[in-house]
Design a binder for this molecule. Structure first.
Ligand SMILES: [Fe+2]
Ligand SMILES: [Fe+2]
Length: 291
């Protein structure tokens, strides 16, 4: 197949329009989620009431409980019920997790354009979420569940790019080494946009807080994340270092820590490596998989 990369501004413009249009057409937040968010805003609503509303969707409830326990793993006993999770995390944090879990539905299907088998994207996203909340704790970032949500959703833009330009993307992925450039640069040259920008538009559509939108948009370039560099840097580090089995690793392609992340997080490469060893041990103990 010929290189889909082009300097033709019109071709790029057409491709960008097509991609942006697909985001406009994306389904809005499902009713059940809107209802949950509303229950969190109602004056005088109790943890019992909120958890009842979340419990109306069994699959969502199970995933929110799992996310809540992962985000707080190792810090006190785990929550057996949603009500406990709501009480312990508080409304603001539960809101972030409910939105993140809902937005991540559909991540378990395969992404042919990225050479990712069914479950690969989901496994990488959950692993990045767990690693991100671990690093957030290690550097005393105040909102570890934000880091969990950012990790879970950082690559969400790939779902859209994959769907609309599958063949081109397969070419990009397979020729990555020959082109000798980063995946993100190649995406920009080929499509006029990259998966982090597309992901941030999706996050806007889902009314995520600015700090999360920024983390998704700048997870490969945390230095340009404006007011919210710390979460973008945590996501960058977690994405690069999160454990993954060798087979998936070969399909995911290279991932690396951006040099700027060290200064944003005020750590040295040696300190990060020491933290990383602890994170991998923690990960293997609690989640089984690792490299
Ligand atoms: Fe990415
Ligand atoms: Fe990633």
């Amino acid at each position: 197949m010929e290189s889909p990369q082009t300097d033709d501004a019109l071709v790029i413009e057409r491709r960008v329009k097509k991609i942006l249009r697909s985001i406009e057409l994306m389904r809005p937040i499902p009713m059940v989620i809107t209802r949950i968010l509303r229950s969190l805003d109602e004056p005088g609503s109790s943890a019992g009431y909120v958890s009842e509303i979340i419990g109306l969707d069994q699959a969502l409830a199970a995933n929110v409980l799992q996310a809540a326990n992962s985000a707080f793993l190792g810090y006190g006993p785990s929550c057996a019920t949603l009500k406990e999770a709501v009480m312990r995390l508080g409304y603001k944090r539960i809101r972030t997790l409910v939105l993140a879990v809902a937005a991540s539905s559909g991540m378990d299907s395969s992404l042919a354009g990225y050479n990712l088998a069914a479950g690969d994207m989901w496994a990488h996203s959950v692993a990045t979420a767990v690693a991100a909340q671990w690093f957030a704790r290690a550097i005393n970032y105040s909102e570890p569940e934000e880091a969990y949500a950012a990790g879970l959703l950082h690559d969400i833009g790939k779902i859209v790019l994959n769907k609309f330009i599958e063949e081109d993307y397969r070419w990009v992925f397979n020729n990555q080494k020959k082109i000798n450039t980063t995946l993100i640069e190649t995406e920009r040259k080929t499509f006029g946009v990259d998966h982090s920008y597309i992901g941030s538009l999706m996050a806007q559509k889902w009314t995520f807080p600015m700090v999360l939108i920024n983390a998704i948009q700048f997870h490969h370039n945390p230095g340009t994340a404006g007011d919210h560099k710390a979460l973008a840097a945590i996501t960058n580090v977690a994405n690069a270092l999160t454990p993954v089995d060798p087979e998936t690793l070969s399909r995911l392609g290279p991932r690396q820590v951006d040099d700027v992340s060290y200064s944003i997080l005020r750590i040295t490469p040696d300190q990060l490596m020491a933290m990383n060893n602890q994170m991998v041990t923690y990960y293997k103990m609690n989640f089984g998989v690792g490299r």
